[in-house]
Design a protein around this ligand. Sequence first.
Ligand code: DX5
Ligand code: ZN
Length: 244
Amino acid sequence: MASHPAVQFLRSVAPTLSAGILTANLAHLEDGVALLEKAHARLVHFDVMDGCFCPMMTLGPPVIKAVRTPLRKDVHLMIADPLEKVAEYVKAGADMITVHVESCRHIHRVLQAMAGMKNANDAARGLARGIALNPGTPLEALGPLLGEVEVVLLLAVNPGWSGQTFIGSTFARMARAREMIAASGGDIILAVDGGITRDNVGEVVAAGADLVVAGSAVFDGKTPLPNAEAMLAAIRNHSCGPKA
Ligand code: DX5
Ligand code: ZN
């Protein structure tokens, strides 16, 4: 079976960076995103927190919609009960929507519902469905869901805040997730999010991440453009496969 168009795109740029904007200047978000474009990043990562699944509240569909960019919009929903809410994020122009396995009772149903939704930017791109797991969630939860996802996102920090330290056990979880993905026979992207910096990004890519999410390593309040360029270069240098 041919791969999902969104997976084809992600494979064509993998391994690569999805840059989180939470620590960018949110009053001038488009300027931050423009710097990512200039650095030749391909994806921008929106961390959505609802004050319920996570203590903080961040942004929602209107902000995602307002950002005009050719970058693919990677929307990470750290929200409770996403079933009734995902459609608004699709309408707002998400290219990829990741929901948490811990976020509701019927997570399989959420993924099934997303399968029927069209990418509002360009239907031909497809809508990538991601499933995220917190660091404390057994990987076995992935098994029944692998037939309904294009992306597996392993959190390397507990969700809620930027600038935390990468949890070392993530490497073993990546190895096991890769085995599970291979055994499923699906063409599924492995992404890792949280605590990834210039110092450890090479190790994360070498361990098999197709997509690396980094926020504060790019938007550090100082030099986002060279930071993004350096992260992309480090990812390229540690990749064994096609260059990002
Ligand atoms: C964790 C979020 C991450 C985080 C990334 O709650 O999902 O995307 O903001 O930030 P850094 O790269 O600073 O850990
Ligand atoms: Zn995230």
